[in-house]
Design a protein around this ligand. Structure first.
Ligand SMILES: [Mg+2]
Length: 257
């Protein structure tokens, strides 16, 4: 895993500008810093400005675990693909929404019944995103104990969810849900993209890094030896620097063309 801002990364960024490229990003922890509560998260002003500029020059996709209605309030209008619910809401590939909704509301009722009777899970938040559920335990008093409690409950849910871990959260996706990777492949196909950049910071993004074909430029926020991404930027604030490079290299290429 190399720094994106080293020589090899710089060469790949230049190739990206010369190609028909799709620029794709995760949202929380990637375009915006993590906050204790998801509703407190704000996209930094420089990221908003640079993302708008990039999106005016090339197709940009943001794929998030948030609901799409929430995501769109946090991004500049020029972003072509704002896809919520881990790739399931608002992209070119649409799964069976009615079936997913019904499964999520059944799970929610069951989880809330368990939560109401268990003091060890106090502080756990069930976020119902209609097509998926997020169980946040960041605010639980004993996080490790709350996480074990949740894992036990998740095992008992019917039908069994696909569980995607994250930063102090379990995301539950119903059967038939798309993965973030499948959603990205559909967007890349819709754009007939020759190259894809994907930047992310979390376990869900690792699933994309693992499956990405070798010509995709995969970037992890925060270096992690076990990551399947080919490059890293040191911290979330490095993403603004990356956007700045992308905007400049696109502008240089378009001026030369
Ligand atoms: Mg993230």
């Amino acid at each position: 895993m190399n720094s994106l801002f080293g020589p090899a990364g710089a060469a790949e960024l230049a190739q990206l500008a010369a190609a028909r490229a799709l620029y794709a990003f995760d949202f929380d922890g990637t375009l915006a810093p993590i906050e204790p509560r998801p509703e407190q998260v704000r996209t930094p002003a420089n990221v908003m400005r640079l993302l708008q500029q990039l999106a005016q020059a090339a197709p940009v996709a943001v794929i998030s675990g948030r609901r799409r209605a929430d995501l769109v309030t946090r991004l500049p209008a020029a972003v072509r693909y704002m896809v919520g619910n881990h790739g399931n809401e608002g992209g070119p590939a649409a799964p069976d929404y009615d079936a997913m909704r019904a499964v999520c509301s059944g799970w929610r009722a069951q989880l809330e019944a368990w939560l109401a009777t268990d003091a060890h899970a106090h502080g756990v938040l069930v976020e119902d995103k209609t097509l998926s559920l997020s169980l946040h335990y960041r605010l639980a008093r004993g996080r490790a104990r709350a996480a074990r409690r949740l894992e036990g409950w998740i095992e008992q849910l019917s039908p069994p969810p696909r569980v995607i871990g994250g930063k102090l959260v379990f995301n539950l996706l119903p059967p038939g849900a798309l993965t973030k990777y499948e959603a990205l492949v559909a967007i890349a196909a819709a754009e007939r993209a020759q190259r894809v950049l994907f930047v992310g910071d979390d376990e869900t993004d690792e699933l994309v890094f693992t499956q990405a074909p070798p010509h995709w430029l995969t970037v992890r926020v925060e270096m992690r030896r076990s990551s399947a991404a080919r490059y890293f930027v040191h911290q979330q604030s490095g993403v603004a620097m990356l956007l700045d490079r992308l905007v400049r290299s696109r502008a240089r290429h378009d001026a030369d063309a």
